[in-house]
Design a binder for this molecule. Sequence first.
Ligand code: ADP
Ligand code: MG
Length: 480
Amino acid sequence: MQWEPVIGLELHVQLATRSKIFSGAATEFGAAPNAQACAVDLGLPGVLPVLNENAVKMAVRFGLAIGAEINEHSIFDRKNYFYPDLPKGYQISQFATPIVGAGKITLQMEDGGSREIRITRAHLEEDAGKSVHDLFPGLTGIDLNRTGTPLLEVVSEPDLRTPAEAAAYFRQMHALVRYLKICDGNLAEGSMRCDANVSVRPAGSNEFGERTEIKNINSFRFVERAVRFEIDRHIDILESGGTVERETRQYDPDRDETRAMRGKELSEDYRYFPDPDLLPLQLSPELINAVAAEMPELPAARTARYQAELGLTEYDANWLSNDPDVAEYFDAVLAVSGNAKQSANWIMGALAAHLNKADGDISSSPVSAAQLGTLILRLDDNTLSSKTARTLFEHLYESGADQPGLDVDAQIAALGLQQMDNSDELAALVDQVLADNPDQLAQLRAGKDKVLGFFVGQVMKLTQGKANPKQVNELIRERL
Ligand code: ADP
Ligand code: MG
């Protein structure tokens, strides 16, 4: 039997407001435990929540970016549950009437394909605190700094079909919220977390199978692995005649497996009801229009612009636009080099390969955009050959951590990487190579043009790649 996986993701996006969603306490990461929890966050009696206007604007901005309906009227509800890091005994969220309704994104896959993924809704809510299990032996600490941090929960339709699509969706949403400047995107600090819902069904079936939900995944790679593990687990259960239990699971990256956490609660369990302390949220068309007017350029528009204005291929333009940090780096390289195609090639080729290997981030690339731009300039004015340019790149990359921002021209001189120009030295080398290889020379004279490549190769080898292959070609032809 062929099985088809069905995947839907819920993303929690921490909104980059300075204060919390219902209080004036700071949201900054890394403060001493409980230094940033005020009376509202603690849920002390007699205090009232006040909605943060910026969180609302960020939600609207997101909604507009995914072409969603913005609900002018939305309601904050209490989601009731007990947990030590939730002192109020309820989380303020939006249930029946979220601020952002149905929208969609076009998923760009690495193989060049694309698919439309529907987004069910996005709603505002407050985050809970943190239980700290590893600080006090035998005890759990409670840190309420995160309590009340604004979250936008983005719920996708079960439209994703493969682990790779799930990872691509997460990655693309990550890029989008950073483009929109509504989230810092810091995955290690938990600024974006993902719950993955997974089920499988016989290929061709129209009904969904029973699903499980894997909670709190904070990396693209882990979401791909967790979903893959879960798909295989479902298939194993079903093929051995069992049934999948609806439950909440946890991914353990060290063992690359998921484990049951608890039975899945249903929404009835939470006893949602409108929060009597907060008025329904009524958005004016003016506010929505003002947010729309401040919308930054989005990845799709940037892709189109790179194609139209710079003549990049669709593939290159997409690759560079998808991540705002990459796009910014590319713009900075281009500003120096003035050569769009070469800038794209170096970023997508050598730089990406090096960064991938080191799991590095382009925003902290050891080779700065200015350096790469200058390197390309020197390639274009024939100071460097493609070979010596690669040598220089390696050198800048290796030195970057300890000596950032080395002067490119000084390094070319120091390493002796200048391409040999049409000097007597080069002509002498050509003569030497011709004299040293009489058999090949005879073949060349007899019209065997392929042997020309052999001679060029010999000269390049002698000059350690510093000769200009075109000039070497010409010199050899002159000799003939
Ligand atoms: P809950 O309230 O339990 O979180 P929702 O109905 O809001 O449930 O759905 C949560 C997520 O689960 C959504 O992203 C949705 O696309 C996904 N989902 C729903 N049904 C399935 C299914 N059968 N298989 C995989 N994902 C599913
Ligand atoms: Mg859920």
